[in-house]
Design a protein around this ligand. Structure first.
Ligand code: PMP
Length: 312
C-alpha cells in the first residue's frame, strides 16, 4: 500500500482516494479496498491515518492452494473469525461475510491459485488522539503469489532476548501494533546471524516464534507447545487434529532435548528447525511426514478434510 498524502489528508475527511480499475484492464495485481478493486500503486492512505501512527488495525495471513477442483482457500472461516475477534478488541466492527467475499473477489480478480492472502482492517483519518472513536474503519485485501515467513530450508533459530507481549497487556490476536514485538525479535535474531527468533517467557517456557507456533517430537510423540501468550494458530489447530498430538506447556530445556522441533503457520506451513542457538537437531522424519500430510490436506487430496477448503 502506498502511503502518500492526498487532499483527504488535509481536510481530515474520509480517506480513500484511488479510482476503481478493472482487474482485466491492468496487468498489475488488484487490491480490494472498501468494496472495489483498485490499483495498489495508487495512494490510498492519508498521512493522518490513525493506524499508521498507532497500529490500530488488524490483519490476517491466509493461503489459497491449487486443488484438482480449482483454487481453494484453506480454513477461511477460522481466519475471518480470528480477524473479527481482533477487530472487536479495538472497537471495530468486522463483517465476516464481507471479508470472505473480499478475499474471494481479490483472488478471482488476480487469477491467483497458490497465493498468500492479506486482509487488513484499519482505522482511517481523524485526530492524533488515542481514542479510536470517530475514525472510519477500512478493509483491504491483497493477494500475492510470494510467501512471507520461513520460506524453504531448515530454520536456524535463536532464543530472543525480548519477551513476547504478555496476554495481560496485549491479547494474542493479529493486532498490527502488537507485531512490533515480532519485528524487534526478528531483527535481533537476524543481527546475530539466525533466521528466526524463539520467544521464551520469564519462567523458561516456550511461547512461539515471531510468526509461527512451535511443535516438538520426542520418541515419535508429537507435542504442540501451548502458551497463553501465543497466537492460537490455525495451522497449529490443523496439525493437532491431523496428528492427535498432545498440547501442553513446554520448557526451553525440554524443547532442546527433543528429537525434532518445527514451527508452523499459514505462511511457514510446517518448517523444521535445524538448530536453536547452536544446539542442532538431526534428521526430522516425523516433521517430514507431517509436512507431506499437511500438503495433501491443503491441496484437497484428503477427502476427510475437504470441508476445510473454500472454493474460489
Ligand atoms: N504466531 C504468530 C505470532 C503468528 O503471526 C502466526 C501467523 N499467523 C502464527 C503463530 C501461526 O498462525 P496461523 O497458523 O493461524 O497462521
Amino acid at each position: 500500500m502506498s502511503l502518500t498524502a492526498t487532499n483527504a489528508a488535509d481536510s481530515g475527511t474520509e480517506s480513500v482516494a484511488a479510482p476503481s480499475t478493472g482487474a482485466a484492464a491492468s496487468p498489475a495485481p488488484s487490491y480490494w479496498l472498501d468494496g472495489r478493486l483498485i490499483d495498489p500503486s495508487q495512494p490510498v492512505a492519508p498521512l493522518n491515518t490513525h493506524a499508521l501512527h498507532y497500529g490500530s488495525a488488524v490483519f490476517e495471513g491466509i493461503r489459497s492452494y491449487a486443488t484438482a477442483d480449482g483454487a481453494a482457500v484453506f480454513r477461511l472461516p477460522e481466519h475471518m473469525e480470528r480477524m473479527r475477534r481482533g477487530a472487536a478488541m479495538i472497537g471495530m466492527d468486522f463483517d465476516v461475510e464481507l471479508g470472505t467475499r473480499a478475499v474471494l473477489e481479490t483472488l478471482r480478480a488476480n487469477g491467483h491459485r497458490d497465493a498468500y492472502i492479506r486482509p487488513l482492517a484499519w482505522f482511517g483519518v481523524g485526530s492524533f488522539g488515542l481514542d479510536v472513536e470517530g475514525h472510519p474503519p477500512h478493509l483491504m485485501v491483497a493477494t500475492s503469489s510470494t510467501n512471507v515467513h520461513l520460506t524453504g530450508g531448515r530454520a536456524r533459530v535463536s532464543v530472543s532476548r525480548w519477551r513476547r507481549n504478555p496476554s495481560s497487556s496485549l491479547p494474542p490476536l493479529k493486532l498490527c501494533g502488537a507485531y512490533v514485538n515480532s519485528i524487534l525479535a526478528k531483527r535481533e535474531a537476524k543481527s546475530r546471524g539466525f533466521d528466526e527468533a524463539l520467544f521464551v517467557d520469564a519462567e523458561g517456557n516456550v511461547v512461539e516464534c515471531t510468526g509461527a507456533n512451535v511443535f516438538m517430537v520426542r520418541n515419535g510423540r508429537v507435542t504442540a507447545v501451548e502458551h497463553g501468550d501465543a497466537l492460537p494458530g490455525v495451522t497449529r489447530d490443523t496439525l493437532l487434529q491431523l496428528s492427535g498430538a498432545e498440547s501442553r506447556t513446554v520448557s526451553l530445556a525440554e524443547l532442546l532435548e527433543a528429537d525434532e522441533v518445527f514451527a508452523c503457520g499459514t505462511a511457514a506451513e510446517v518448517a523444521p528447525m535445524a538448530e536453536i542457538d547452536g544446539h542442532g537437531f538431526g534428521a526430522n522424519p516425523v516433521t517430514r511426514e507431517l509436512q507431506e500430510l499437511y500438503a495433501r490436506v491443503v491441496r484437497g487430496q484428503s477427502a476427510d478434510h475437504r470441508h476445510w477448503l473454500t472454493s474460489v
